[in-house]
Design a protein around this ligand. Structure first.
Ligand code: SAH
Length: 258
């Protein structure tokens, strides 16, 4: 049997990486790899795994998806795992105080189908015991929750990976190809790494001008992150914003203006 997926409709799955954050059970890593390969996804990233990897139990659970484990990328943390992405979707079984824009599992497929052909997309899963931290969720543009019974809402990690990868596959199979949100945009979109550097610069500048009080930050950065993450910033826009911050800093520091 041919083991490559040649269906053109599912090609866009190649732009999706599945990121498992802080996984503590090796079996779940193998189970996730199998779930992915069954659905035509191949790129697995382990961000700060809490278990030794490679691990025989992961290989055992992956069965014929052991190749995904061999090519899996291990990173220090989530920020490193998604640094070059422009679209990051976090998953969670919990509600948060400051909500991120929510997308349904079915809507997730549409989001991917509507993304640009050059976008790197990450689907991020949390720890078995505590999910994703608020800081990790802040790196995400969207938040997806699989509607489960209130009596027991938390799915097994590999089962959650299975459901969302299935939704992505079905969305690919059912949609007409090549409809994009920004069809003729003239600039590449900003990456997570670039936007994260902007947030550091913004926070620093807001503190310097006294708008951000380090003793009473009032969720300011969380809200500003949400604001900017709702917009698909491109690299030129990011450069403009960074340039503005630099001038503001020069002005408050009283140095020469350029
Ligand atoms: N007690 C944790 C549960 C983590 S379950 C919590 O409250 O967050 C491990 C991971 O599986 C989650 O981080 C998420 O990535 C995924 N997951 C489990 N149930 C889910 C659901 N209903 N919707 C979306 N993702 C879910």
């Amino acid at each position: 049997m041919d083991d490559t997926d040649t269906d053109e409709r599912t090609q866009m799955l190649a732009r999706v990486r599945v990121v498992l954050v802080g996984t503590s059970h090796a079996g779940n890593i193998g189970g996730a790899a199998r779930a992915m390969k069954n659905m035509g996804l191949t790129r697995l990233v382990l961000a700060g795994p809490a278990v030794a990897f490679p691990h025989p139990e992961a290989t055992w659970r992956a069965v014929q998806a052991a190749d995904l484990l061999e090519s899996a990328v291990v990173t220090r943390d989530l920020a490193e795992a998604v640094a070059d992405c422009t679209l990051v979707i976090g998953t969670s079984a919990r509600e948060r105080r400051i909500q991120l824009p929510q997308v349904s599992p079915r809507g997730l497929g549409t989001l991917l189908a509507d993304s640009r052909a050059d976008e790197e997309v990450a689907l991020v899963f949390g720890r078995e015991d505590s999910g994703l931290s608020n800081e990790e969720l802040r790196l995400c543009h969207w938040h997806v929750h699989i509607p489960t019974s209130a009596a027991y809402s938390s799915l097994n990690l590999a089962a959650a990976v299975q459901i969302l990868c299935y939704e992505l596959r079905v969305a690919c199979l059912e949609r007409a190809p090549a409809k994009t949100v920004l069809p003729e945009w003239d600039e590449p979109l900003a990456t997570v790494e670039g936007v994260e550097r902007f947030y550091v610069h913004l926070e620093e500048t807001l503190a310097e001008i006294g708008f951000l009080k380090p003793t009473a930050p009032r969720q300011l950065m969380t809200r500003l992150r949400r604001l900017f993450n709702r917009v698909r910033l491109d690299q030129m826009e990011l450069n403009i914003l960074r340039g503005m911050l630099t001038e503001i800093q020069k002005s408050v520091r009283g140095g020469p203006r350029t």
